[in-house]
Design a protein around this ligand. Structure first.
Ligand code: NOJ
Ligand code: CA
Length: 705
């Protein structure tokens, strides 16, 4: 990708300070946001954030505790500070938009401890849509390694916000969002929840992104950017004082949470700050705070829709495993007792290839193709089980990839690691080389279960490095990664654009088997303003057989079919699954037309309306064609939304096909009621759409000649 670096204004100002200097300030380019840095009388570093002259983060302390050294917290003086203004726009190789604005002002504070001479810099970047700050440990005499026991970054808030949060679980983000006052957050109530098998919640803390809405319309979302060789940060909640403080994810194997050689820089601590909900989604703060790309040729990855041998396993129609046993040497052998439900057979995959080729869908995911699935979940000894190269006897990899190629389809690889990380690390070169040989350019990876080695957590430094190293290695084989049970997205896709998507939330799969009733109608209207702010989501939309009573009478999808279509636009990912079974699509050709038409790679994105947890409408323009697609979703409440199509080109007519909830639609009572109509529209058209309870709408807006 061609990088453009335009520095319209660089003023780097370095000021050596007299020991009396205790403060410095920096504002956003539009001057709406200001950060004030202050040293207290005791030499403690603090900061404060103002938005439109109102204090948003009041005086908050910054610092660290170490296992083998005195804390960094007070007795500092400012040695110098510097400011710089940058305008550094860039282009996404794939994404929600092509061109990204990236203008900010930066303040660097060079701090030194008075007695010990230990030094640390704190860097604040202030954009129009929020701030990021991080600590820089510079090379210094006598200190070569930091063993961080805890990072002590505070966010002292000024209102009892309405807060959209999930518990600060160290192992999984697959929780429903809670909506409570900040003062009422109680994450520990989920710590030993019977329905959450993998729950590891040691503190009253939340995971990020966490989004807060004030009575005055202020919207804040707290997260981090550029999480590299460090632990994920949860936010401990002080419900009395209305504040957050960083709690890093730890390990049972060490008394420190992060180990780094000095020099190093921490991830950015971020706050997106807007006065309305749609601007949170439009914000590019998280990607902007990451480094420019290190992968200059991404031409081998094409954003695509995909189908796959997947939902049928979650419904119980077929299985991942084939029915093999292990001999005394640990090798898998076919005893001939296969139970006949194995999903990933050559024949079944060919059905998906044929269906995809007919319906403008570029990829087919195949899960359960390799040996090991008889021993993947619920076992302690999971190392050495999967090898990622040996197919089951009924899956002919040569034939499947040949057939797929003939039909113009790419097979998507699947690597379920069952969280046995040492096996996966050892196998990666062989596994990615196999993919390269067959022309497969993307892999869905999975990390179900407790991490091996024991005592590590999905979100700790060990795993952050594992996920990042896997992606860096995959890039060498021109492989793009979509990790499930991942570490959260922190905008690293800017630096490594082969990190294409991930799970990291309660995905569609919960609707197939969760004993708590699945994802309620408010789930995705919350996700759009929380989890989605961090990066692309492999949610796997497009379930048409909403109730699937023939498979699972006690489970269902809790949306209308029109909302399932809307998700292709609302929930962003450069790979979007058409997740349902072939037969369910073939029975519903009319709504299928939208999935066939909808784009996956966007020139620009406009968030037309929305309120966190209630509803949202997004319009996206396809890069290739210039056509537009619009999606809107609502929670359990029905509502009317008025849309203005003023984003369309001047003097251009379009054919709009509107897929909306039928008059009697309702997510539970009548989810399949859908009305489809075609009209001609142009830039000054106005539309009014009614969304049913748990409903939505999707519109394709195609240019007419
Ligand atoms: C959990 C993933 O989220 C799901 O998509 C996948 O099918 C299973 N693990 C098996 O790998
Ligand atoms: Ca999962």
């Amino acid at each position: 990708m061609k990088q453009r670096l335009l520095l319209i204004a660089i003023t780097f100002l370095m000021v050596a300070c007299s020991s009396s200097l205790k403060k410095a300030s920096i504002s956003s380019p539009n001057e709406a946001i200001t950060v004030n840095f202050n040293l207290t009388e005791k030499g403690e570093p603090t900061y404060q954030v103002l938005f439109k002259n109102k204090v948003v983060v009041d005086t908050s302390f910054l610092g660290f505790e170490f296992t083998d050294a005195e804390p960094l917290k007070d007795n500092f003086e400012i040695k110098a500070f510097g400011t710089v203004s940058k305008n550094d726009p860039w282009e996404m190789p794939w994404g929600e938009q092509l061109k990204v604005e990236n203008e900010y002002n930066e303040l660097i504070v060079f701090l030194v401890e008075k007695d010990t001479e230990r030094s640390v810099n704190i860097v604040f970047r202030v954009h129009d849509d929020g701030i990021g700050f991080r600590y820089e440990f510079q090379q210094q005499d006598g200190w070569t390694e930091a063993l961080i026991k805890e990072e002590k970054t505070q966010f002292n808030l000024t209102q009892d916000y309405k807060t959209f949060w999930i518990p600060g679980d160290w192992d999984i983000y697959e929780h429903l969002y809670n909506t409570t006052k900040l003062s009422e957050i109680d994450a520990l109530q989920f710590a030993n929840h019977k329905d959450l098998a993998q729950t590891s919640i040691p503190n009253n803390a939340v995971n990020t992104p966490v989004t807060l809405v004030g009575d005055d319309g202020l919207h804040l979302s707290f997260h981090e950017a550029g999480l590299v060789d460090y632990s994920g940060m949860t936010l401990g909640v002080d419900t009395d004082n209305l504040s957050f403080e960083s709690i890093l994810v730890g390990s049972d194997n060490t008394d420190y949470k992060v180990k780094r050689q000095i020099p190093f820089k921490t991830p950015w601590r971020t706050i997106q700050i807007t006065d309305n909900a749609p601007d949170l989604i439009a914000s590019n703060l998280i990607v902007n705070l990451n480094e420019p790309t290190k992968i200059h040729d991404m031409s081998w990855f094409t954003p695509m829709k995909y189908t796959g041998v997947w939902w049928e396993m979650h419904l119980g129609k077929s299985s991942w495993d084939y029915g093999m046993t292990r001999d005394d040497n640990g090798n898998w052998v076919d005893t001939g007792e296969a139970h006949g439900k194995h999903g990933a057979s050559t024949e079944n995959v060919k059905r998906f290839i044929d269906f995809s080729a007919k319906n403008n869908i570029g990829g087919v995911l195949v899960e359960g193709w390799n040996t090991g699935w008889e021993h993947w979940i619920g076992f302690e000894d999971r190392e050495g089980v999967f090898d990622f190269v040996t197919p089951y006897p009924d899956y002919n990899l040569d034939e499947v990839t040949r057939y797929a190629k003939e039909k113009g389809i790419e097979i998507i690889m699947h690597h379920e690691t069952s969280a046995a990380t040492e096996t996966y690390t050892k196998q990666q070169d062989t596994a990615y080389a196999l993919m390269q040989k067959y022309g497969m350019h993307s892999v869905k990876s999975g990390y179900v279960g407790k991490i091996l080695p024991k005592g590590e957590y999905h979100h700790g430094q060990y795993m952050v490095n594992h996920y990042n190293n896997a992606a860096i290695k995959a890039a060498k084989y021109q492989v793009a990664v979509n990790a499930h049970e991942p570490i959260k997205a922190t905008g690293l896709r800017r630096t490594y654009p082969n990190i294409i998507s991930r799970e990291g939330l309660r995905g569609q799969e919960f609707n197939a088997w969760s004993s708590d009733g699945g994802n309620p109608p408010e789930h995705l209207p919350i996700i759009a303003f929380t989890r989605m702010l961090s990066g692309p989501i492999d949610y796997t939309p497009g379930i048409f057989n909403i109730k699937f009573d023939e498979y699972k009478p006690n489970n269902q999808v809790n949306t209308t079919i029109a909302q399932q279509l809307a998700l292709y636009v609302v929930i962003y990912s450069p790979i979007q699954m058409a997740a349902d079974l072939v037969e369910h699509y073939e029975a519903n050709p009319e709504p299928l037309q939208f999935i066939k038409d909808v784009g996956v790679d966007w020139q620009q994105t406009k968030v037309l309306n929305g309120e966190v947890g209630d509803y949202v409408t997004i319009a996206r323009q396809e890069r290739k064609t210039g056509d537009w697609f619009v999606g809107g979703i609502t929670d359990e409440n029905s509502r009317n939304l008025d849309l203005t199509l003023d984003f369309l080109d001047e003097n251009q007519k379009y054919e709009a096909t509107i897929y909306k909830d039928g008059e009697n639609a309702h997510w539970n009572d009548n989810p399949l009621d859908i009305t489809i109509e075609k009209i001609t529209v142009s830039k000054d058209s106005k539309l009014s759409v009614r969304l049913a309870e748990g409903g939505g709408f999707a519109i394709s807006v195609i240019r007419l000649d």
